[in-house]
Design a protein around this ligand. Structure first.
Ligand code: SAH
Length: 397
């Protein structure tokens, strides 16, 4: 028996010097190409990580299929993962208690950023929505612990699991439908910043709403005025917030089901908003060409860069949208422009915006450079946890 396995009652995985350096620098991932030996380690098990000299680096969750083979969960040796899970859930809830204001919808657990890689839990009023993204988080004991801990600490009326079939395929997990894990209701209403939203846990994209934009909605509303356009509006997150400050608001999206919910949300808040089903690129081109003018424009497209390779094409896409929006904004107008692509850095995004302003012959003043809401914490040594950019600027001329 090797020295390492005598100390740790869990299988050991040896990583290359490059993998070890990454962990020592504070990251928690080791890619498969940096695994030296993981022979016979069962999928989804907890492992002890050692470097090429046999030095212990921490405890991790192992995936037999993902390119991210190792996700560190502790720098210590962990004997009982379910016990640690309970502690981490309690810590995630405690972290948010003093910082969550004006909302009953927020992210309760954000994967790596809450030291629980592969697990996302969102709260929508009395319903919790869970996403399980790795083999290790999908085991029966982990699922049972998760449901018991969430129920005891947050007393939800229901817990729903949202399944991304592609993720299960990549993790080589058997297919599973999205379904109720506890309780009976799967729809409710929630309130953020005083605005009400319908929520159906078994419909919609992601886990239901874009909670990471919560504080950006409130910030955008502060500056919004006049005639406003919310481009890529989904279920109306920005549009509904703008409606309290603007004389006319229109929202554009290509998804009819999203716009149907947006319309119900407008009714819930007694707001008049015009919803337009269209391809945003085509519509902005037509509007700009026909001389339409706005005082406030929000651009919140889906992620254009899914990998580093897409960066140039993504920046061209962002530039086209921003250029058209800038041409349509009146002097004194407000542009709220977002990117949720991790691979587009804040510096890349600001440079793109400067280029668009130059090409549109407009002078932009930055009012706020913003990111994701604080229930989506950023770990400084894990750059991937910071992904959302939201730039609010004023068109001076
Ligand atoms: N601003 C929204 C989130 C936007 S998510 C909020 O805060 O809730 C991105 C949205 O873009 C999705 O609703 C998707 O349906 C829409 N979309 C994707 N491609 C599009 C296109 N080419 N034209 C219009 N909408 C598009």
């Amino acid at each position: 028996m090797s020295k390492t396995s005598a100390i740790f009652p869990v299988p050991a995985v040896k990583v290359s010097p490059r993998g070890a350096t990454r962990l020592k620098e504070g990251h928690v991932w080791v890619y498969r190409s940096d695994i030296v030996s993981a022979g016979g380690v069962p999928p989804g098990s907890m492992v002890g990580v050692i470097d090429h000299r046999g030095q212990f680096l921490g405890s991790a969750l192992y995936s037999s299929s993902s390119q991210i083979a190792i996700r560190l969960i502790s720098r210590e040796s962990v004997a009982d993962f379910p016990e640690l899970l309970g502690q981490r859930i309690a810590d995630s809830i405690a972290y948010r208690e003093p910082i969550i204001r004006d909302t009953n919808a927020y992210r309760v657990i954000f994967s790596e950023a809450d030291f629980l890689p592969g697990l996302i839990v969102d709260r929508y009023s009395d319903i919790l929505s869970v996403q399980i993204l790795t083999q290790a988080m999908d085991t029966e004991i982990v699922r049972a612990t998760l449901i018991a801990e969430l129920t005891e600490r947050l007393h939800p009326a229901a817990i729903v699991e949202r399944v991304d079939p592609r993720v299960r395929q990549l993790e080589e997990l058997p297919p599973r439908p999205s379904s109720l894990l506890s309780g009976e209701k799967s729809s409710t209403t929630f309130t953020m910043n005083g605005v009400q939203f319908n929520f159906d846990a078994l419909e919609g994209q992601k886990t239901g709403a874009f909670l990471d934009q919560r504080k950006n909605y409130a910030a955008a509303a502060q500056y919004a005025h006049g005639k406003a356009l919310d481009v890529f509006c989904y279920q109306g997150g920005f549009a509904l917030h703008l409606a309290t400050h603007c004389s006319h608001v229109a929202g554009i999206d290509s998804s009819r089901p999203a716009l149907e919910v947006a319309d119900q949300n407008a009714a819930l808040n007694r707001r008049e908003i015009e919803w337009i089903e269209a391809n945003a690129f085509d519509l902005l081109k037509d509007y700009a060409a026909s001389g339409q003018r706005y005082d406030t424009i929000v651009l919140d497209p889906p992620a254009f860069a899914k990998s580093k390779r897409d960066l140039d094409a993504a920046l061209r896409g962002y530039k086209e949208l921003n250029l058209r929006a800038l041409k349509m904004l009146r002097p004194g107008g407000i542009l709220v422009t977002c990117s949720c692509s991790y691979h587009v850095s804040q510096a890349n995004f600001l440079e793109m915006l400067a280029g668009a302003a130059c090409d549109a012959h407009r002078v932009l003043r930055l009012i706020e450079v913003r990111g994701q809401s604080n229930d989506h914490p950023i770990l400084l040594n894990i750059p991937e946890t910071a992904y959302l950019k939201c730039i609010i600027s004023h068109v001076s001329q």
